[in-house]
Structures are given as structure tokens and as C-alpha cells.
Design a protein around this ligand. Structure first.
Ligand SMILES: [Zn+2]
Length: 195
């Protein structure tokens, strides 16, 4: 669908992504936030796979019609997110809320964080949800190849394999950089404020 340059709104359609909700009106994913580029959203609307909940003021024109770009859409069929998320670096950080599990230091972008084997590998510690935790570099250095008991460092929380639901809940606390105002009703804005 070609986009013409004229019209009342100067916003580029590239800057009009759609927030994608599941059929239960919860975001399909919080982290990363489920957003589709406008082309994908429009296509899904025409294929009748989604319902348009909110729209941008931005209109796009094609030879045969004109449509307002959707800002919030919901899937017509519920997608089951599954029970257990993948064991990835990112998901470990998200489970631990980007927080060092020894001292509580928090680095929301994850850049200053590392992983620690709670039971060190030399002692048979495995690379699993139950034995990998988020740690800041100083704590990781301090602990070295010791167990928490040997290092006299206590874990803030017991590491467990999270459910998708739990990770989604944690993801709510880390809003993305870009939020259109029409999305706010669908996102829980419960970030802790820095004092
Ligand atoms: Zn630390």
C-alpha cells in the first residue's frame, strides 16, 4: 500500500507501531513489548485476524481506500504463551528483575550485570535455572569459585524456574522507551520510582 506524503498529519507511518494484545486484552508480551510495524498491523486487520481497539490520527492512502493506522490491536484468537520460558540470559535477568541477587544492585539495562553459578562448576554446579543467578561484577568477583556459605554471601531470593506468567509480571516493571499514550490503559504503569 503506497503512502502519499500529503494529509493533515506529518507523522511518518514508521513511527506508528501498533501495540498487540492477546484475545484477553493483555499485551501479548511485556518484555520485549509486543509491537508490530504498521504494515504488519494493517495486513492483520485486512486478514481479519485482529480487532482494532485504538487508532492513530495518522491516515494512510492507497488508490482504493484510506485507513487510520491502528495504535492498539487485539488478536481474535487467544495465543497460549506456554508454561515455561526459554532459559536465556535475558530471561534470567528478567526473573531476577535485573538485580544482583547478593547485594541488590539494580541495572535495568543489564549492561553491568553478570551471571553466577551459585554452586560453582568445580563443585558440580550446573547451568540451570536453579543454579544461575544475576550478580553484579563486584559480588561475582568477591564470591569467586566459592559457595554462598563459604563466601558468607546470602542470596536475596531462591533461584527457581519461572513461569511465563511470572516473567510477564516482572516485565511490566520495565516499560519500553517508546510508549504511545493510547497504550497506557493496556500497560500496568507500576514502575518503582527512583527517590
Ligand atoms: Zn552485587
Amino acid at each position: 500500500m503506497p503512502v502519499t506524503g500529503h494529509g493533515p498529519s506529518p507523522i511518518k507511518p514508521e513511527h506508528c507501531p501498533a501495540l498487540v494484545l492477546n484475545a484477553d486484552f493483555q499485551p501479548l508480551s511485556y518484555f520485549p513489548l509486543s509491537i508490530w510495524p504498521w504494515q504488519t498491523a494493517i495486513k492483520a486487520v485486512f486478514l481479519d485476524r485482529v480487532q482494532v481497539i485504538e487508532e492513530y490520527d495518522r491516515v494512510i492512502h492507497s488508490p482504493s481506500c484510506q485507513v487510520r493506522l491502528p495504535s492498539v490491536i487485539s488478536l481474535k484468537e487467544y495465543v497460549n504463551p506456554g508454561q515455561h520460558p526459554a532459559f536465556t540470559r535475558f530471561n534470567v535477568f528478567l526473573r531476577d528483575r535485573f538485580t544482583c541477587q547478593y547485594c541488590g544492585h539494580r541495572a535495568p539495562n543489564g549492561k553491568e550485570l553478570t551471571f553466577d553459578h551459585v554452586i560453582p562448576r568445580r563443585a558440580g554446579g550446573k547451568t540451570t535455572w536453579e543454579n544461575i543467578i544475576t550478580a553484579c561484577p563486584p559480588c561475582n568477583m568477591r564470591k569467586g569459585g566459592r559457595t554462598p556459605e563459604e563466601a558468607h554471601m546470602r542470596l536475596l531470593t531462591k533461584p527457581l524456574r519461572p513461569t511465563v506468567h511470572k516473567l510477564q509480571n516482572h516485565g511490566r516493571s520495565f516499560p519500553p522507551n517508546y510508549l504511545h499514550e493510547s497504550w497506557r490503559d493496556f500497560l500496568y504503569w507500576d514502575t518503582e520510582l527512583e527517590s
